[in-house]
Design a protein around this ligand. Structure first.
Ligand SMILES: [Zn+2]
Length: 259
């Protein structure tokens, strides 16, 4: 005699037994430094720093801005895009590389210009995106950073640049190199207006970006373990970047600030 009777049909197993496993891809990440497997949510909560060894994971530009700015920010010049002035082709056309990067990242070039608040203080912040053709600086990046500096001058807000770049964009040749001078000239105007410029160097900051605005900050802050072209930048948040060549530069920068 049965004590109860199942009226409904038993639940059908739509997934074959061999596919019945928990999907864990993307939930865990391995630390490049200490090889510990870290739960992604914990890593995010710890601002992308390994909870075990303090290794700083790479972050994209959007995460940087979300981490640093309070709440929402206003993006500027988001629609600016390269015209491929040299019609450059290497292993594939530059136009195709641009198209691919735009599709993959949902942005038009390798930098985001944001106007927002940092701990309640209004700032203009440019964050570079390494995923977009190695965070390289072509005409668009140069123009956007310059406009960001000009916005700082116009609105009397400090300027902050988060560098993460392989350097000048070779697909735009000399036009890329011209950006070095253009951005540096804009920074000179910012300096003339007595507005602060803070440069944050993240892994990697190399080439033309190191040779121009990344090293021109009133304060240059290097993330621990961040790589530079010929120097290693490694120090803690509030301390200054160190490295054989950089040290003397920072010291002279400080002297200037103190004088
Ligand atoms: Zn670690």
């Amino acid at each position: 005699m049965a004590w109860f009777k199942r009226d409904k049909k038993s639940i059908e197993q739509s997934t074959p037994p061999e596919e019945r496993r928990v999907r864990t891809e993307g939930l865990w990440v391995k630390c490049e430094s200490c090889r510990t497997i870290v739960f992604r949510k914990d890593l995010e909560a710890n601002l992308y720093v390994c909870p075990k060894c303090q290794f700083h994971f790479k972050m994209n530009a959007k995460h940087r801005l979300e981490m640093l700015l309070d709440g929402r920010w206003t993006e500027h010049d988001a629609g600016m895009t390269s015209t491929d002035p040299l019609k450059f082709v290497d292993t594939k056309p530059y136009a195709a590389r641009l198209k691919e990067a735009k599709k993959k990242l949902g942005m038009n070039d390798a930098v985001i210009t944001a106007e927002g608040q940092l701990s309640g203080r209004p700032v203009v912040m440019c964050a570079m995106e390494f995923g977009f053709i190695g965070g390289s600086m072509g005409a668009v990046v140069g123009e956007k950073v310059t406009r960001g500096i000009e916005l700082s001058i116009e609105t009397r807000q400090p300027f902050i640049a988060i560098s993460c770049s392989g350097g000048a964009r070779m697909m735009e040749g000399t036009i890329s190199l011209m950006q070095l001078a253009k951005v540096s000239a804009a920074l000179a105007r910012l300096d003339h207006e007595k507005l602060p410029y803070i440069s944050v160097l993240t892994d990697p900051t190399t080439g033309g970006v190191t040779a121009s605005f990344a090293m021109l900050g009133d304060l240059n802050i290097g993330e621990p373990g961040a790589r530079g072209d010929t120097l290693e930048i490694g120090w803690m948040g509030t301390q200054f970047a160190r490295g054989k060549e950089l040290k003397s530069f920072i010291a002279s920068s400080l002297d200037l600030l103190l004088s």
